[in-house]
Design a protein around this ligand. Sequence first.
Ligand SMILES: C[S@@+](CC[C@H](N)C(=O)[O-])C[C@H]1O[C@@H](n2cnc3c(N)ncnc32)[C@H](O)[C@@H]1O
Length: 392
Amino acid sequence: MKTSTQTTRVRAESAVKQRYASAARAREAALCCPVEYNTDYLKIIPAEVIEKDYGCGDPSRYVKPGETVLDLGSGTGKICFIVAQAVGAKGRVIGVDITDEMVEVARRNAPVVAERLGYANVEFRKGRIQDLALDLELLDRELKAHPINGAAAFLAADELAEELRVTHPLVPDDSVDVVVSNCVLNLVEPKSKRQLFAEIFRVLRKGGRAVISDIVADEHVPEHLQTDPELWSGCISGALTEDGFLKAFSDAGFYGIQILKRDEKPWRTVEGIEFRSVTVQALKGKQGPCFERNQAVIYLGPFREVLDDDEHRMERGKRYAVCDKTFQLYRKEPYKSFFAFIEPLTEIKLEQAGPFDCSGTRLRHPKETKGHDYEVTTEANQCCDGGNGACC
Ligand SMILES: C[S@@+](CC[C@H](N)C(=O)[O-])C[C@H]1O[C@@H](n2cnc3c(N)ncnc32)[C@H](O)[C@@H]1O
């Protein structure tokens, strides 16, 4: 026998679908968290889409021209239509949502936006964001042809779903530059949260990133708040804690995770627990072999030391040996302004580089990068006065 807690949890997804089906038909004020979007992008978006805005942040600010962007829980399509303009005609946007009524509003408005824009680069697909391989419309068509009329058919349908995930994935592996989402991850049940972050990781290409706006809690949400269907669909019950949200990205294999925006003022406070919007960025791409090319980095400060996502602890001002992959990652945002980069005097070509043991942290003596027989003596470098020799 199920306890009432388990029953409520099992029905959380139904509560979410019901609430957002009705919120797609008529605007629901209780689901709105005021957000300032770039008004230039809103001009061409139909009023019906904008007024049914149930977001809590603006991840669209962080996409670039030409990128392929996936929006999780796209609702009536507002973020997709903003992103469509930000990525331009060469970019592509895919919105995924589980609620038929939301997908209907978004699809109906897509041609209107495309006509005003002069190009069509947005499409909407029906699926669950914790199972981005399963195309629910495809499964629906198959099940209409072979209805489930008993346990054997139910098990066969399960097998069919598994096959469709492989043969016709809704969103294939490594296919997206940026995954965005606005106020949706909290609506996924706790038992599927780990899979949700793994799915975001799976669909991103190496070098891609997730930029997610969501509601987080400043304290753990207690059991009795987690089992309230109204609070579930209202973006409260399923909110992760502030640090739990960041850890979920880290556990899924992301690195360089940072809070881009954190609302100081809570959106809601329930029984003393503050629920506020944050926008977090997480990067994919540190997996792969490590090669030794005699490179070094110096952490510039201001903190006395830093610890990176590979457990490399580096003290300010000291010269550390790093593998080529770490060296290249640190040369990009968000790290590059925090480090000085030291290349070896004699380059080691990647094809000739040996393996680098990335499991620990070790200092690199300057002689390793210059060469042990380096004994050059020079005059003072005429560095800062345009060559007039007056600097020191
Ligand atoms: C709070 S609304 C946000 C909608 C949209 N992102 C916006 O900014 O207006 C949540 C949306 O996520 C969808 N949703 C909730 N759980 C989902 C899931 N597990 N998979 C896919 N979509 C989901 C709902 O149908 C709804 O459209």
